[in-house]
Design a protein around this ligand. Structure first.
Ligand SMILES: [Zn+2]
Length: 337
């Protein structure tokens, strides 16, 4: 560990809360579900915050930052309007049912604005992303005491030169374009994704999103069916973006054009952003690159908040350490080709 990193780590741990600053940048947090009992489609992907942890995160964040709305951020980034010092925007990806059940009531009680980014093809439980399918398959593998499903998975996912020893790793490493493989294996072992969608209802319905919008939350687009952009060509990136944005504007009467990249915006080209902020008329796009500066101030990098049991204040302090070291070294700028 370098002396610089050690010094930043010491400061990150010991500085008073209000001294943890990201300059004029808005601290933009990214969450998904909040639940005490992670459902099978999330259980093997990340650890959602429990209700108590989330409430405590909000307390901590409010002690460090002033919450703002997406509208304020748009007016700041696009038209130079002032923001409070140490501002924060909360965002939630994937349009999950827990938004309405848990998150929105907590935020409404405190009058905190938020953006909910919905994957438009999954609203009303019409489908699910490949990573949820992978989590459901892993759940079956782990719950099967006979070991038959594990052996079947090893045989199935070991083909095509897949050298992963651990079947969980192999399943989780499958990409958007591998969705047919997940579908094929699920049907072999008797997992019915459609029945799961009907029974568990992982996603918000259209009516629920309409009422969230009516309650004052902002709705943004998160593609049609959740591909990682690094894994699809530019024309598909554009179609996924436009179709989901148009759906959000049509169905939820959103006047802002906000878009969050599924997983991450790593590898997304300069050409995409030129199109997004030009012809496509998008106000802001959102990645998950921890307060790095980008080729356009209209691509906002957010902080994923679901890192194990780490509470929000510790997370902010850890992110500040990385941010400060990168800034000191002059490498807080994302390079795009
Ligand atoms: Zn997502």
């Amino acid at each position: 560990m370098s002396w610089l990193y050690k010094a930043a780590l010491f400061l990150g741990r010991h500085l008073p809360r209000r001294a943890i600053s990201f300059g004029t940048r808005t601290f933009t947090a990214c969450y998904h579900a909040v639940t005490d009992d992670p459902p099978a489609h999330l259980r093997h992907l990340y650890r959602p915050r429990t209700v108590r942890e989330f409430e405590s995160d909000i307390e901590q964040l409010l002690r460090m930052f002033t919450p703002i709305s997406a509208d304020e951020l748009v007016r700041h980034v696009r038209f130079g309007q002032n923001l409070p010092r140490r501002s924060m925007l909360l965002t939630f990806d994937d349009g999950l049912r827990e938004i309405k059940d848990v998150v929105a009531p907590i935020l409404m009680r405190r009058g905190i604005p938020a953006v909910f980014f919905v994957t438009t093809g999954f609203i009303d439980n019409r489908g699910m992303q490949h990573s949820f399918k992978a989590s459901l398959i892993i759940d079956s593998v782990k719950r099967d005491r006979s070991g038959q499903i594990r052996r079947a998975a090893e045989r199935f996912f070991a083909r095509d030169g897949n050298s992963h020893a651990e079947v969980e790793q192999a399943v989780l490493s499958l990409k958007y374009n591998d969705t047919p493989l997940l579908d094929e294996f699920a049907s072999q072992i008797g997992i019915d994704f459609n029945a799961y969608l009907r029974e568990q209802r992982p996603f918000l319905t259209k009516d629920e999103v309409v009422s969230l919008k009516r309650e004052g939350f902002e709705i943004g687009a998160h593609t049609v069916n959740h591909p990682k952009f690094a894994h699809i060509p530019l024309d598909q990136q554009m179609t996924q973006t436009l179709e989901s944005l148009e759906y959000v504007q049509r169905e939820f009467k959103s006047t802002l054009r906000l878009f969050a990249f599924p997983f991450s915006d790593r590898g997304v080209s300069r050409a995409f952003f030129e199109w997004a902020f030009g012809e496509a008329g998008i106000d802001l796009t959102f990645g998950t690159g921890l307060l790095q500066d980008d080729i356009s101030s209209r691509n906002i990098q957010r902080c994923p908040m679901e890192r194990g049991p780490t509470d929000a204040e510790t997370r902010v302090r850890n992110v500040w350490v990385d941010f400060s070291v990168r800034r000191f070294r002059g490498c807080n700028q994302i390079q795009r080709v």
